[in-house]
Each structure stands twice: as C-alpha cells, then as structure tokens.
Design a protein around this ligand. Structure first.
Ligand code: PAF
Length: 283
C-alpha cells in the first residue's frame, strides 16, 4: 500500500493512474476503522482499478471541541486493516496540508437538507463535511466514492453537493454494518463505557419496533411512542427521533404510498453521541 501525506505527491501518483485509463474508487474516512469502513473499501476494490482511502479527522465538522480532541486515533491498526484488505493507496494528510493556516469551512447551500436533523443539533457540521469532501474530491478526482448509510443525511448532502457543483464522481451509498447485538458500527463505539455499551443496542431494538408500528400507525404516534420508551430508559438520553422522507429529509406527519421514508435517531450514551436510522415500509 502506498501512503501519501501531501496533496502534491498523491496527485502526481494518481495522474499517472488516470493516464493509464484506470478507474479510481475513493473511501474518505476519519480513521478508527471498523468492519463498516472495510465493507466500503472492499466494495471500492471490487469495482475499481485503484482504491484510495483517506484518513483525516476533519476539525471543521466538529461542533464540539471535546469530541474532536477525544475522537479515537488508531493509525497503526488502521494501516494494518487497510493492508489486510489490499487497499492500494492511503492518503493521510496533516491539518496544515489541507487547511494551511485557515481552519474554516466554506458555506454551502444544500437546498435545506442541512437544516434537518443533525443540522439542527450540530451547528456548522455540514459546512465542514462539504468543505472536506469537496477538497478531497478535488485532490483524488475519483470515479466513484463510497459512503455509509449510517450517516444517511451526510450521504444525501454529498449527493446534493456533487449535483450542484457538477462534480464528476458517482456517489455510492452502502448499507449500515452492525455489531451482533444490532448496534450500528461507529468509531465512537470504542469510547463507550461498559454500561453504555451494554445499553446501546436498545437504539436499534427501538428502531425495529418503530418500523413495525409504522406499518399500522401514523408518524406522530410512532414518534411519541419512541420518545416515551427513552424517557423510561435509565441511562440513554434521546436527542431526537424523527420519521422523514428520504429525499427531502423533511419530517412527515402523514405517509404517502409513493414516497420512501426512514426513521432517524440520535441518542446520548453519557457524553458519546450515537446516531442510527432504518428504512421504513409505508404500507
Ligand atoms: O463520515 C465520515 O467519516 C466523515 O464525515 C467524512 C465523510 C470522512 C468527512 O470527514
């Protein structure tokens, strides 16, 4: 696996790859890799001639400085995992390499997607995501880029950015990977204490029950039911639960048969914030 730390080096290498008419698959990450990331990387490897993974803990997308400082950093293990799946290229730049001395975000208009859910609770988060994903796309110039559906809002926002900015890359959304007990895989899971880790599968259990209820009940009832379950929970704190239309991400009250819906949730397990979502059937 080739490792590059500078834009100049990776660009020079990828230019030679493009000259050979080879396709580039790209998986941007913030490191602390787990099976979920590896599933994206394996998909990229299967579908492209060369796979590039980036590891960059992007400061501009953290609305909470403590979360940024405590974000797990496991470079040696990440490198081993990438080698174990035969990843071709790792891009591992410093903050200075990406932002120079100006650690700030561009302002984006994602047609309102940025104001829903995570956007309401994580000020500036999606401007930070847009800034880094666009910068990485400009460096790597991939044919395809792979994103997990756990961050479903991020996936929709990246698709919107690609469309609005006419970027020449296909965005591939990939299914959520779960631990055996149902907890959605996340780099932040490693920071959960024993008690919070034991409690966290409750999130997916409730999502599955909500999906079942949505078959016979309206969105408001299902939402109130979920809120009630978390009020009774001894240690998990619900930040939001909402049922939204997949494309607009707008919360719905009444379901329509020609629309696709998802339930989205954010929960605090102590000071660790966990998100998850599930596809719903609307009949
Ligand atoms: O999903 C993530 O890990 C990050 O938001 C991303 C896409 C790598 C941008 O920093």
């Amino acid at each position: 696996m080739k490792i590059f730390n500078t834009k100049q080096e990776i660009k020079a290498f990828l230019t030679s790859i493009k000259e050979e008419n080879k396709s580039i698959g790209f998986v941007p990450t913030m490191g602390a890799l787990h099976e979920g990331h590896l599933s994206l990387i394996k998909k990229a490897i299967k579908k492209n001639d060369i796979t590039v993974v980036s590891i960059f803990v992007n400061p501009t997308q953290f609305n909470n400085q403590e979360d940024l400082i405590k974000y797990p950093k496991t470079f040696d293990n990440d490198k081993k995992l990438l080698e174990s799946v035969s990843c071709d290229v790792l891009f591992f730049p410093s903050v200075k390499e990406i932002y120079n001395d100006n650690i700030s975000s561009e302002k984006f208009d994602f047609d309102g997607l940025e104001h829903q859910m995570e956007g309401k609770f994580r000020d500036g988060h999606f401007n930070g995501v847009g800034t880094i994903v666009k910068a990485l796309f400009e460096i790597v110039e991939p044919n395809k880029a792979y994103f997990g559906q756990k961050d479903f809002q991020q996936l929709q926002i990246v698709k919107k950015m690609v469309k609005k900015h006419r970027l020449n890359v296909k965005i591939k959304g990939c299914p959520i990977f779960r631990e055996n007990d149902g907890l959605a895989m996340s780099s932040r899971n490693t920071r959960l204490s024993k008690d919070y880790r034991a409690a966290a599968p409750f999130i997916y259990k409730i999502l599955k029950k909500a999906r079942k209820k949505f078959g016979t009940e309206n969105a408001i009832n299902v939402t109130e039911w979920v809120e009630k379950q978390f009020k009774k929970h001894p240690i998990l704190d619900l930040e939001y639960f909402t049922i939204a239309e997949e494309k607009s991400l707008e919360t719905i009250k009444i379901k329509k048969s020609n629309k696709k819906y998802r339930a989205f949730i954010a929960v605090f397990a102590g000071d660790i914030r966990l998100i998850d979502n599930i596809r719903l059937k609307n009949h």
